[in-house]
Design a protein around this ligand. Structure first.
Ligand code: ADP
Ligand code: GN1
Ligand code: MG
Length: 359
């Protein structure tokens, strides 16, 4: 597969890499230290139904980022992804089985964390996503909406209602309590989403999948590069902030079987928020600022719904490591949601105080 792409140097070895739930990721190592290594991915074509448009989106966005990075004296090949085209000039290669493959340069001397261990790292992560959004705030080229309804809870409820009605894996009865977690919060989530639908909360170019392993840090723990750009879309920037809070503040694992370990760490929340606002306070509207804390609950709730829905559906969306993996994830994310709900007043106070510094 590597031979189909415009690589510099000779391929030495190709091996699996990373913990992504969606694509199959490999590293291509080249023989010489003078030539780059590469990331090779089989993109998930069940989820991404228009991979050519997705790759086109990624190149448009990374070209814009690279111009910004050059203008501020940065290194465009380390601070932004570089897509490596196929030998026929396309941004992907389609194999005989109809699978789509894509390559980008591997950014070496970096760390992709699975978990935030210090507030400093959370601050850096917030700054990274803030910078990413800020650099794209004047991006005006068209982007194809390759995942319609991705963080749209009205659309998710449609999928949810259909899945429950069909009960394809016969698992519905066993998760009645978990289903109630979703139903009891349906209205408040729709009320929030309505603000996006009516334009009270604006739409911007955002990442939409900001968990911690989708950002690379340098060896000193400074944020370097936002990766996994498959989901770059026009959406509310609150999704990026909320999803990152879900990821960075969790004292346990996303799929922790021990719920005693799972809660929201308010110090991590404060650090991420301060990092994020250090870059975004210049453009966030008052309504966006008002809903930052709620967006963490929104995205965590959506994640509970998506894991549970996949469990009820028979595990077709996320990669799983055991038969009940999606259920374990559901329960762990719900525990996190409850912890956010319990600390909500404090979260709002922290956001307000962080913003007052810029008033
Ligand atoms: P998925 O969509 O399946 O999550 P990602 O694009 O996030 O796939 O890649 C999976 C993992 O591979 C990342 O979490 C990271 O560890 C590593 N990775 C991906 N792209 C790069 C890159 N350009 N340089 C270094 N590591 C990378
Ligand atoms: C998936 O691709 P990955 O592993 O970075 C998912 C996200 C979920 C996340 C949960 C395209 O992210 O939406 O929040 O898993 N990506 C897609 O960990 O569905
Ligand atoms: Mg990823």
């Amino acid at each position: 597969m590597a031979d189909h792409f415009q690589l510099e140097g000779q391929v030495a070895v190709v091996r699996p890499l990373g913990e992504g739930f969606i694509n199959d990721t490999f590293i291509i190592e080249t023989e010489s230290p003078l030539t780059p290594n590469y990331i090779l991915q089989r993109k998930n074509r069940q989820i991404f139904t228009n991979i050519p448009a997705m790759m086109e989106n990624i190149v448009r966005v990374t070209n814009h980022l690279k111009n910004k990075i050059i203008a501020r004296g940065g290194d465009p090949r380390r601070e932004a992804l570089t897509v490596t085209p196929a030998k026929d000039g396309k941004l992907y290669h389609r194999d005989d089985a109809g699978e789509y493959w894509a390559v980008c340069e591997f950014i070496d001397q970096t760390v992709a964390y699975q978990k935030a261990d210090t507030p400093r790292l959370a601050y850096q992560g917030g700054k990274g996503i803030g910078q990413f959004q800020e650099m794209l705030s004047d991006f005006t080229e068209p982007l194809t909406d390759i995942l319609p309804g991705f963080h749209n809870i009205r659309y998710r409820f449609k999928q949810w209602d259909d899945t429950l009605a069909a009960d394809p894996a016969g698992r519905k009865a066993e998760v009645a309590a978990e289903i109630e977690w979703i139903e009891s919060r349906r209205d408040e989530m729709l009320r929030f989403w309505q603000l996006v639908e009516e334009g009270t909360i604006p739409t911007r170019v955002t990442h939409n999948d900001t968990k911690i392993n989708n950002i690379l840090f340098d060896k000193e723990g400074r944020v370097l590069c936002v990766i996994d750009l498959d989901t770059v879309l026009s959406a509310t920037c609150l999704n990026d902030y909320g999803d990152a809070i879900r990821s960075y503040t969790n004292t346990g694992l996303e799929d922790d079987p021990n719920l005693d370990r799972v809660s929201m760490d308010i110090e991590m929340f404060k650090a991420y928020t301060e990092g994020y606002l250090s870059e975004t306070h210049t453009f966030l509207t008052p309504v966006e600022a008002e809903y930052l804390a709620f967006s963490a609950r929104y995205i965590t709730y959506e994640q509970v719904l998506r894991f549970l829905m996949d469990y009820i559906d028979g595990d077709h969306y996320y990669k799983t490591k055991s038969a009940d993996h999606n259920l374990v994830r559901t329960r762990a994310q719900y525990k996190l949601l409850q912890s956010m709900e319990a600390q909500y007043a404090e979260m709002q106070r922290i956001v307000k105080e962080a913003l007052e510094r810029y008033a």
